[in-house]
Design a protein around this ligand. Structure first.
Ligand code: DGP
Length: 113
């Protein structure tokens, strides 16, 4: 999608610090880290939010989920991590391209704010 910042990152039009990539997904460091390790995992295909995915996205999103463990392991998150998706206005989603925050290397709190 032309004006989507994460599409541009996926297409390398905007530089990012990539930690994992395959034909379907990209994982890169967040610009405003909220933990010692904070990366974003995105599908390369544009989809605005989890609220807007369709049945045909099942395999792609399943692939992304299965890769979380491998990415976490590559980042040294053997003690655990948090995976977060912000969806829509109340969910505090600022970038309208589905992304999952993978945070680690600090003790998380619960409930989130
Ligand atoms: P969210 O609120 O869930 O939509 O979080 C969007 C995240 O994206 C936020 O933590 C900052 C990050 N971000 C925004 N623009 C860029 C960018 O250009 N590059 C990178 N690496 N991260 C970005």
């Amino acid at each position: 999608m032309a004006e989507c910042i994460f599409c541009k990152i996926a297409e390398k039009e905007i530089p990012s610090n990539v930690v994992y990539e395959d034909e379907q997904i990209v994982c890169f460091h967040d610009l405003e880290p909220q933990a010692p390790v904070h990366v974003l995992i995105i599908p390369k295909k544009h989809m605005a939010s989890l609220d807007e995915v369709s049945e045909e996205d099942q395999a792609l999103l399943g692939h992304l989920m299965v890769k979380v463990r491998d990415i976490a392991e590559s980042l040294g998150l053997e003690n655990g991590y948090r995976l977060v998706n912000n969806c829509g206005e109340d969910g505090f989603q600022s970038v309208k391209h589905v992304h999952f925050h993978l945070l680690g290397k600090r003790k998380m709190t619960w409930p989130p704010g």
